[in-house]
Each structure stands twice: as C-alpha cells, then as structure tokens.
Design a protein around this ligand. Structure first.
Ligand SMILES: [Fe+2]
Length: 341
C-alpha cells in the first residue's frame, strides 16, 4: 500500500471511529428481509417404506402411498410433511423443505454464506429454489401461502396456587374418552451438522433466519424472523449431516403424554419423554422411528413474533436437552446415517 493509500485508509478509519456508535446488533437490523418463513417437510430415503407407513400412521399422520413413495400429512392440511422414498440401502436424509419468500435474494446470498445453488434433483420439481448448505445438506425453498391458522384448541387449565379456575369438574376424562393423538402441523426439523456455527451462519446469512438460542457450539436453534416458533430448523453436532427428528404440534401437554405413550406401545422401540425442554420451553415426547431417528410430539413452544426484539442465549450444555424428563437414551443424539455405521 502506498503512503497516499495508507493515509486515505487511515482517514477513513478515523472517520468511522469518530461516528456515533451503531449499537444495533447485526441480527436486530430492521432492513434484513425474511426469506425463510417456516418448515414444510422432510424427505428421507429408506430401505422399505412399509415400516414407515405403519409408524407414521400410528403417529396420527395421513398416508398416501404410491409404490415405494409414501407421503404423510397432518389431517386437514393440503401439503405433505414427511416423504419417504424406499429402495435405499439405509435411511438417509434426502432434503428438507422450507417455506420462503424472496428466493432471488436467497440465490444471491447463499454462496457468500457457504452454500451452493443447485439444480433440482432427478425426479423432483424444479420449482422453487434448491440449495446445498456448506456441508452438502440439500434444502428446497418453496414460495407458497401460509397454512391456514389453526383453530383455537381447548384451553389447558391449571388450578394453581392463589387461582382456582376449575371447580366441580374433572380435568381428566376416562382414558377411552380421548381420540388418538392428532398432529396439527410440522413445527420444526432437527438435523445433524459437522460444524454447527457454519450451519447457523448459512441459514442466518444465506436464508435470512435468526439464531434463537444455542448451547455452546454443540446445538443451535434457528427461527424465522417473524411470527415463528422458537425453532424451525435446529442443528446438533455430529461428524456428518443427517436427520435427527421432525416435531409435530398437538393440542396440549396431555396429548403429548398420551400420544407418546400410545405410539411407543405400537412402535415398541425407544422413547424419550414425557419432559420439558429448557430451550424453546416445549413439552415433548420423542418416539424412535424404524431407522433410529425420532418423531416428536410437542406442545407449548416459545414464540418469537419479531426477531428484532429477541436476544439469543448461549446455554450451558446441562440445559441443552431438557429442564426435566427421564434419562436421555444412549443413542438419542446418535447419527445413524454416518457412513461407517
Ligand atoms: Fe424438537
């Protein structure tokens, strides 16, 4: 650098440092667009869709099957939330789909954030925008209207100290009075990442999402920037990418508990729950799917209406999984998609 250039650069530096400090955190800047708006679906390759049809219909989803392609949706919705493609050697995440706005901006921003805009994979629509994240995870971004607002569910009433609101009637009906659990909508997807901060950088800077909270560099939760569940896409550290769980909202904590026990009885594999997360605050019950990943019923998730007014917390690892609940299964955060498994 010439002495003249150094002098000019120095002058610019002085100019910047003498300006009033901009104390707005980057994630709070108002001019950031909000491309990703919510979760749409997860698509998995599996050896055989048969066990998946049993599992997801037992979980309360509606199935449409065409040979070795099985699609599952919540009753009353006009779109799929889980798609299984049979014939693979082992279960593998094919892609996740997110509802988004401003696909042109994502296409422009994704490369600088470590991603790649790619063609639609064979057999899939070339509508929307397909990108790979820095670790090769495929994401399909789709412009489509928001789902209709859910009807207001029955209130979850609690007689609490100093405020008894339920009198002369029982909160809990006989067991046979309850229908099977009914997932209302896909709320979030958790995937594995070999570099959680890099994944967060990609979805925040490339896809316009917000970091809701994290626990060190081991797990991170990201949300849409407006009217979002606490998390829409989350990342857990693993040597490679993979699918961990999809989480479906049900009416209330009782339905989480009832649905979880009922699905466990049918699936006959592992579970974790009933419990309550610290990060996101939701009640949860996870049931292991036929391939070692998880299905979650949840209720009462924290809500971020305006990300500009939210401050992320970096939690200690002891708070990363639950506030309370049963012991965590040994393989709860095991990535069964690792190549050496
Ligand atoms: Fe979850």
């Amino acid at each position: 650098m010439s002495s003249a250039a150094r002098s000019t650069a120095s002058a610019r530096s002085r100019t910047r440092s003498s300006s009033p400090l901009d104390t707005t955190l980057p994630h709070q800047k108002k001019d950031i667009l909000m491309p990703v708006l919510g979760a749409l679906s997860v698509t998995l390759e599996v050896p055989d869709v048969g066990p998946g049809i049993t599992f997801y219909t037992d979980a309360g989803l509606e199935a449409a099957v065409d040979g070795q392609i099985a699609r599952f949706r919540c009753a009353g919705q006009d779109r799929d939330s889980v798609i299984l493609i049979g014939g693979a050697g082992k279960k593998r995440l094919h892609h996740i789909a997110l509802r988004a706005d401003g696909l042109d901006k994502i296409a422009a921003d994704a490369p600088a954030a470590g991603g790649t805009v790619v063609d639609a994979p064979e057999g899939f629509t070339d509508g929307g925008l397909w990108v790979r994240d820095p670790h090769g995870m495929l994401i399909h971004l789709v412009e489509r209207p928001a789902d209709p607002e859910l009807a207001e569910g029955p209130g979850f009433e609690i007689n609490r100290p100093g405020r008894v609101i339920r009198k002369r009637r029982s909160a809990v009906l006989p067991r046979t009075a309850y229908p099977a659990a009914k997932p209302l909508r896909l709320g979030h997807i958790l995937v594995f990442s070999p570099d959680v901060p890099a994944s967060v950088k990609f979805v925040t800077e490339g896809l316009g999402m917000g970091l809701a909270d994290r626990a060190q560099d081991i797990i991170a939760f990201t949300c849409a920037r407006k009217d979002s569940d606490h998390h829409v896409v989350a990342f857990a550290k693993s040597p490679d990418i993979g699918f961990h769980h999809a989480s479906f909202q049900v009416n209330d904590p009782d339905e989480v508990g009832r649905g979880g026990r009922a699905l466990l009885a049918k699936a006959g594999k592992g579970d974790w729950g009933f419990g309550r997360h610290t990060i996101g605050s939701n009640f949860f019950h996870y049931i292991q799917d036929p391939w070692g990943s998880w299905f979650e019923y949840y209720s009462d998730m924290d809500h971020i209406d305006d990300y500009a007014l939210w401050t992320p917390t970096n939690y200690a690892m002891e708070d990363s999984l639950a506030s309370w609940g049963p012991p965590v299964p040994n393989d709860f955060v095991h990535n069964y998609e690792l190549k050496y498994m």
